[in-house]
Design a protein around this ligand. Structure first.
Ligand SMILES: NC(=O)c1ccc[n+]([C@@H]2O[C@H](COP(=O)([O-])OP(=O)(O)OC[C@H]3O[C@@H](n4cnc5c(N)ncnc54)[C@H](O)[C@@H]3O)[C@@H](O)[C@H]2O)c1
Length: 338
């Protein structure tokens, strides 16, 4: 009997991850002997402040606050073998409310790790960190050797989380590590509190038939990956052995460095609607966006088998395929179109 916990399981990435877990016959998971085993997941507990839409007899939603220890304690038991920790107060919200960010992102992590340690069987633990751990004095291209130095509270809290995860691995009470996610695009529906929300909105809004004004200049670059690639990476992380995570169990994930202009051009190729994207610079988000690391070299993750999207057109196409209900405009056929 193997149970999985997904914190933040009702969120954007959490629901996509849940889909993949439920669709997989078995997951390849590194075992305590340093090898791998095929594991069937019998139950997935999703801890979140809201219930998710995805229903399945194997899924149990626990509606609660991760910053409350008793809530966390009740979500894990002796059969919990895998934990994906995705619950977070994200970038814009963590910057706007330091106390809230620290309570959820730091206290929540602390409760979760303490409960994992109490189980006594070293559950596999994968933490969704962020490239926001990079901020101050970044080189033009971040490499696997670049030291993280966050500028904003969200990145600082993610880096603290990585260090806490590492310390618990060193103590031998969990296995696994942290993945530094790129901006995941395209988020369907409504935005969350992430300051990077424009990188999804630049496609989502025009594709839904709504005009959109970017809060940042068009030349703004982002390190991006699709939900398909990111959820595949989260599952692939389960299979990594301690020696593969070594020397430091946090990985920069592969992505694509896309400017908002690149995104507008891909939109134009797909729909001819690039002209509907304007600019209305936001006085908070524009300066923030200049601090984000936007180009990476990720040989370590690529050598470990993590993948990246082919190009912007393929990412846009994946969104259209995965969310036909969000598309309200005609799409071009043929080369460059869909
Ligand atoms: N989406 C991205 O572009 C991106 C990029 C880098 C890192 N990440 C990280 O990946 C993870 C998932 O991101 P996402 O895009 O799905 O975000 P999301 O906001 O859609 O999901 C996070 C979930 O956490 C839940 N949550 C917030 N506070 C909580 C609390 N107190 N108790 C329990 N649950 C709580 C939210 O309700 C939400 O469902 C987050 O940790 C985020 O920091 C995301």
């Amino acid at each position: 009997m193997t149970k999985m916990l997904i914190t933040g399981g009702a969120g954007f990435v959490g629901q996509r991850l849940l889909d993949r877990v439920l669709g997989a016959a078995a997951l390849t998971v590194s075992d305590v002997q340093g090898g791998t085993a095929e594991v069937t997941v019998d139950e997935v507990v999703c801890l979140d402040v809201a219930e998710g839409a995805r229903r399945d007899p194997r899924v149990r939603y626990v509606v609660g606050d991760i910053s409350r220890r008793e809530v966390v304690d009740a979500c894990l038991d002796a059969d919990t073998g895998i934990v994906f920790h995705l619950a977070a107060v994200v970038s814009g919200s963590a910057e706007a409310d330091l106390e809230l960010g620290q309570r959820v992102n730091l206290d929540g992590m602390r409760h979760l790790l303490a409960r994992c340690a109490s189980l006594g069987h070293q559950p596999m633990f994968v933490f969704s960190s962020s490239i926001a751990v990079f901020g101050v004095g970044m080189p033009a291209r971040v490499t696997d050797e670049t030291q993280p130095m966050p500028l904003l509270s969200y990145g600082a809290q993610k880096l603290c989380g990585e260090i806490m995860v590492h310390d618990h691995i060193r103590r031998g009470v969990i296995r696994g590590g942290s993945l530094r996610l790129p901006a995941v695009i395209v988020r369907p529906g409504s935005p969350n509190g992430a300051a990077t929300g424009f990188s999804s909105a630049v496609w989502r809004e025009p594709l839904a038939g709504r005009a959109y004004a970017l809060p940042v200049p068009r030349e703004t670059r982002m390190w991006c990956a699709s939900p398909r690639v990111v959820t595949a990476a989260l599952l692939h992380a389960l299979s990594l052995t301690p020696s593969q995570w070594s020397p430091w169990p946090a990985l920069n994930l592969p992505g694509l460095s896309l400017s908002m202009q690149d995104c507008v051009e891909a939109l134009d190729r797909a729909t001819g609607l690039g002209h509907t994207v304007g600019e209305d610079l936001d006085p908070v988000i524009t300066p923030m966006s200049r601090t984000w690391a936007c180009d990476f070299d990720t040989p370590r993750a690529l050598a470990l088998g993590f993948e990246r999207d082919a190009n912007a057109d393929a990412m846009l196409r994946a969104y259209v395929e995965d969310h036909p209900e969000e598309i309200r405009v005609p799409l071009n056929e043929g080369p460059g179109g869909l």
